[in-house]
Design a protein around this ligand. Structure first.
Ligand code: HAM
Length: 418
């Protein structure tokens, strides 16, 4: 039996990879304009890193990690997200000693053992960005504006931005208690997971999709009404900066995140177009994470977007690069001339295809159509002798006479000399 890929792990075929490159290039352009530099960290880390950052009582750490013991008896994990590894590298290489303000971005595969469905995979890809060293809400607003700019420049009007504040270690315990007080009276309506969350991580009950839990938590106390004055000021400044830059957003006080390291501002870019996988990008502030991982007390904020989800939203737009020219030959006698011309054109940046198998003219033209070449030309003895040929623009059949040289063809297809 032929081997297949592991469930939830996808191949990205050439048809699709053009769209991926477009997403990656747009992100690089927008992020670098904002002063972010790329960091590349390993996909495998010590398991402890994720337990200490994402949190032991989260779904990711409890149920979804690809954890195994390597041949040296070390517990290692395929990264389920990027922030923990990037902050580990930030601390390990003492990047903060050069400048506590680091602006870093990354892209690559992440791994979570979730139930695969549209928009949710076991190997998926994130593009993320993080800023360290800035407490000021200005950094929150810049990160949100950058994320908004990414979606605008990629040409999507969905998703939309939702923001919330989860408070800080000072005010969150009081909120957690208020929420527990509310949930206590509704325990019998909660699912088994949420009964457990009541003790370990009650905020997660607000995020549960089970209908009974959704109903039971209607009217739950809002985190925004329990913020300390520092967190309240921070959140109102973030909103003011967003208003100053005309960035559209709405407030969702029920938004809790699936990772424990968040403090204060959290956010998601959400869409109704991907079924139950509504978050296309998400992130927030993590002011305690770096010190929790053994580094200095430096704050941070960032986000990650799901590449597969952005690709789904972009839909079937054509991102495949098409040949500029297909060279057909009347017979075998012209194949050397056609090959030399193709070689010269490829070296000068024109994308060319020709027939590899000495097929009939008719079947060569069928291939030119199939490859969606912009122009085609047929080279026969006359063309070789005269050094000119008639080029057909495939979209409308228009014929244009031009020199059968690299320079002549470059001019015709509109590719500048390199
Ligand atoms: P997250 O919300 O767990 O946050 O993931 C961010 C994004 O990754 C999601 O909004 C979604 O688009 C995508 N994603 C997550 N899981 C899957 C999956 N199984 N299949 C496909 N796409 C998925 C984080 O990972 C944080 N590290 C974000 C962050 C950066 N916070 C601060 N800095």
């Amino acid at each position: 039996m032929a081997l297949t890929a592991v469930k939830g792990f996808n191949d990205i075929l050439p048809d699709e990879s053009g769209r991926w490159r477009y997403i990656e290039q747009t992100a690089r352009r927008v992020f670098e304009r904002n002063g972010f530099g790329e960091i590349r960290v390993p996909v495998l880390e010590k398991t402890e890193l994720f337990c200490r950052s994402i949190g032991d009582a989260t779904d990711i750490v409890e149920k979804e990690m690809y954890t195994f013991t390597d041949k040296g008896e070390n517990s290692v994990t395929l990264r389920p997200e990027g922030t923990a590894g990037v902050m580990r590298a930030f601390i390990e290489h003492k990047l903060y000693a050069q400048d506590p303000i680091a602006k870093l971005y990354y892209m690559g595969p992440m791994f979570r053992y979730e139930r695969p469905q549209k928009g949710r995979y076991r190997q998926f890809h994130q593009i993320g960005a993080e800023i360290t060293g800035v407490n000021d809400p200005l950094a929150d607003a810049q990160v949100l504006n950058m994320l908004t700019a990414f979606f605008r420049e990629i040409g999507l009007t969905e998703p939309t931005l939702q923001i919330n504040s989860l408070g800080c270690p000072e005010c969150r315990p009081a909120y957690r208690n208020a929420l527990r007080g509310f949930l206590e009276e509704r325990m019998e309506h909660l699912c088994e997971d949420c009964k457990r969350r009541f003790a370990t991580n009650p905020l997660r009950t607000l995020d549960c999709k089970v209908p009974g839990c959704v109903e039971a938590t209607l009217g739950a106390p809002s985190v925004l009404e329990h913020l300390c004055s520092g967190c309240e000021d921070h959140f109102s400044s973030v909103r003011r900066y967003l208003d100053l830059s005309s960035t559209p957003y709405s407030i969702n006080h029920r938004m809790v995140r699936g990772l424990d390291y968040y403090t204060r501002t959290t956010f998601e870019m959400v869409t109704g177009l991907l079924g139950s996988q509504s978050a296309v990008a998400a992130g927030g502030r993590y002011d305690g994470l770096i010190s929790q991982l053994g580094g200095p007390a430096i704050p941070g904020i960032g986000f990650a977007l799901g590449l597969e989800r952005v690709a789904l939203l972009l839909g079937s737009q054509d991102f495949v690069s098409l040949p500029d020219l297909f060279i057909a030959t009347m017979g075998n006698g012209e194949r050397d001339a056609a090959f030399r011309l193709m070689d010269g054109l490829l070296k000068s940046g024109v994308r060319v295809e020709m027939d590899y198998e000495g097929k009939s003219l008719k079947s060569q033209m069928r291939r030119a159509d199939k490859l969606k070449a912009r122009y085609s030309v047929v080279i026969g003895g006359n063309e070789v002798v005269s050094g000119r040929a008639s080029f057909k623009r495939m979209a409308d059949g228009l014929q244009a006479d031009a020199e059968l040289t690299v320079a002549g063809i470059q001019k015709l297809v509109g590719k500048p000399e390199q």
